[in-house]
Design a protein around this ligand. Structure first.
Ligand SMILES: *Cc1c(COP(=O)(O)O)cnc(C)c1O
Length: 421
């Protein structure tokens, strides 16, 4: 059977051990009632059907119990965030005491840098990558300025060899060595948002530590997408959002990782708030600060329960589906099939920017459209219910997500793209 036939795609779906999970999600529909081909889970993950029940339960607890909901009910609000630590930690390869859900991603990066970026006259540089997500760039830049340093001298930028090339791990390691003991923090993505490249986090962490600097990761596109081992790789800190591959809803509460070596150190400087204070004495309302000796010690405010209920529902789905390993296994097949279809159907009319080596990418493929007005193509695809993400000048980013996308989705998308082109 030809790989480029619908029948073949349906066969792959029929043999997919995770196929039942698609029915656990709300797939947006076109006007005619047929499901969209939704390949933008890298931007906003779809809603699990069980999420409404989890959120509704907390709305009802609030109706029924008012302030008593903090202590009564099945999962009281006071320790609500604690039930997220273990399932979240499992997905990022951490210990539960190293992980906390709080704030937004960018806020968490700032909080982490308040602790781990303590520049001195001799060691004051932050290394980032040239095409870092603007927010990450702005975090690094403003932290440097906040401490009275000049980004022109203190911001080190790792550049790929050309505009649309991927980052070279060797070049990053060389750059780290080159800046040596002037380097304070390396801040890189686990999965680069534009190209979908997975960087060699373990190796870069080792190189960073060898010059006495700290490594922090932005895992916005990595959490829930690829296996991670933050603890074993000795990552110092990390942050990620929960609304992309973690399917927890728009602007939902973010994740934060602090390695146990640091998390247990109550002496570490930080921007503090009462929710990071020792739980036994928190309500004595005294002014001294005694941090919880875990990642929770970086919490500031009491957290948004309704948002956490959505995170809880989503982590519940991940755990029931068997965790990241079986999902990654399907993801590798789904994305390899996607690449094969693009190549066989469109040949040299698309140029795949994402690394071809499966271990160096997550589920997303980014590809340049050649010899066409890309924007018009994207618009036409969208009018046919083919949802992907567009980036100037001519790049489509499409992410088949193993929990809810099918091989047929991928087939239908490539078929439509070929037709439109
Ligand atoms: C999505 C994304 C963000 C968004 O930051 P928020 O604080 O959640 O708004 C930041 N950085 C990267 C790399 C992202 O992919």
């Amino acid at each position: 059977m030809k790989a480029t036939s619908l029948q073949y795609a349906r066969e792959l779906d029929a043999n997919d051990p995770l196929r039942k999970w698609r029915d656990e999600f709300w797939i947006p529909e076109r006007e005619d009632g047929t499901p969209e081909v939704y390949l933008v889970g890298n931007s906003l993950g779809l809603q699990p059907k069980r999420t409404a029940g989890f959120v509704q339960a907390e709305l009802e607890n609030w109706q029924r119990l008012g302030v008593r909901g903090h202590f009564e009910s099945e999962q009281p609000w006071m320790p609500y965030h604690e039930c997220l630590a273990k399932p979240m930690a499992d997905l990022v390869g951490a210990e539960p005491d190293e992980v906390v859900m709080m704030n937004g991603l960018t806020v968490n990066l700032h909080l982490m840098l308040a602790t781990f970026y303590r520049p001195t006259k001799t060691r004051h540089k932050i290394l980032i990558e040239e095409h870092a997500f603007p927010s990450d760039y702005q975090v690094a830049q403003s932290q440097i300025q906040h401490h009275g340093f000049d980004p022109a001298e203190s911001l080190v930028v790792a550049k790929p060899a050309s505009e649309q090339a991927t980052l070279c791990n060797d070049a990053i390691v060389d750059l780290i060595r080159q800046h040596g003991d002037t380097l304070a923090v390396v801040l890189l993505p686990g999965v680069q948002y534009y190209t979908g490249q997975v960087i060699d986090m373990a190796r870069i962490a080792e190189a960073t530590h060898s010059v006495g600097a700290r490594i922090g990761l932005d895992l916005a596109h990595a959490a829930g997408n690829v296996p991670l081992s933050l603890h074993d790789w000795n990552i110092d800190f990390a942050a990620w959002c929960s609304y992309k591959y973690l399917n927890s809803g728009p602007g939902s509460v973010a994740g934060c990782f602090v390695h146990r070596n640091h998390a247990s150190d109550g002496e570490l400087p930080r921007l503090a708030g009462w929710w990071g204070h020792d739980k036994k004495t928190r309500f004595e309302m005294k002014n001294h600060f005694q941090p919880i000796p875990t990642a929770e010690g970086w919490q500031l405010s009491n957290p948004p329960i309704l948002s956490m209920a959505a995170v809880r529902a989503s982590l519940n789905v991940f755990a029931e589906a068997g965790g990241i390993e079986p999902l990654r296994e399907k993801s590798l097949r789904l994305t390899a099939y996607f690449q094969q279809l693009l190549e066989e159907t469109l040949g040299d009319r698309v140029n795949i920017i994402t690394p071809h080596e499966p271990s160096e990418r997550g589920c997303q493929l980014s590809f340049e459209l050649i010899g066409v007005q890309g924007r018009a193509i994207q618009d036409e695809l969208e009018s046919r219910g083919m949802m992907t993400d567009w980036r100037e000048p001519n790049v489509i980013r499409a992410a088949p997500v193993p929990l809810y996308n099918s091989f047929e989705d991928v087939f239908r998308f490539v078929e439509a793209l070929a037709e439109v082109m």
